[in-house]
Design a binder for this molecule. Structure first.
Ligand code: DX5
Ligand code: ZN
Length: 214
């Protein structure tokens, strides 16, 4: 299992320290949640902060855009040197073009689905995607309980992916801990995002390793 700790749950007064710990850990990515207070009812951090984070972090960056018109930010996300740019299906009127522009910018293209958005909405684009990010909570806040129905969505997405010949990775975000992580591993997830479970634990790397071994 690949693990992407979410910086949203970090201690922002000690950001440098938190990133050092991630660099020294077995994490596969650092997950960065960008919010605009419009697409989601919260604001996290913006590009001035992310530029510092990107300079300090040695892990590949997995950027999760929770904004309207995420296509406007493609060059900013590329400027961070991000490996993955995730945009919400619900925020993109012209998803095909947005995915193409992310690819042209040299990044992996991920499409994110809110809990109530069916995976079948990706039927006609899944072959062009590198990753699908399933939200297992409503986006905008860390520390919410995992929505169990996500397990069915992971299974459906896996069969959709396999039937289409797509190689898109299946990533899940929200309420992930050792218990829900085990269920997700069983259902077929490839990458787990974990905020509170990793950053609020006493031994960050031990928590990451616990998830990795699932
Ligand atoms: C929520 C964010 C998540 C969040 C997960 O909108 O997309 O990445 O940080 O936090 P936990 O793991 O605490 O549910
Ligand atoms: Zn996220």
């Amino acid at each position: 299992m690949k693990i992407a700790p979410s910086l949203l749950a970090a201690d922002f007064l000690n950001l440098g320290n938190e990133i050092e710990k991630i660099n020294a850990s077995e994490a596969d990515f650092l997950h960065l949640d960008v919010m605009d207070g419009v697409f989601v009812p919260n604001i996290s951090f913006g590009f001035p902060v992310l530029e510092g984070v990107a300079r300090a972090c040695s892990k590949p960056l997995d950027v999760h855009m929770m904004t309207v018109e995420p296509e406007k930010w493609i060059s900013h996300v590329r400027g961070l040197g991000a490996a993955v740019m995730n945009v919400h299906q619900e925020a993109c009127l012209h998803l095909y073009s947005t995915v193409q522009h992310i690819h042209e910018a040299g990044m992996m293209a991920g499409v994110t689905l809110n809990p109530a958005t069916p995976v079948e909405t990706l039927t006609d684009i899944i072959e062009d995607l590198d990753l699908v990010l399933l939200m297992s909570v409503e986006p905008g806040f860390g520390g919410q309980p995992f929505i169990m129905h996500t397990l069915d969505k992971v299974r459906k997405l896996k069969s959709l992916r396999n039937a289409s010949g797509s190689r898109a990775l299946i990533e899940v975000d929200g309420g992930v801990n050792a218990d829900t992580g085990a269920l997700l591993a069983n259902a077929g997830a490839d990458i787990l995002v974990a905020g509170s479970y990793v950053f609020r634990s006493e031994d960050m790397n031990a928590s990451i390793l616990k998830l990795k071994e699932l």
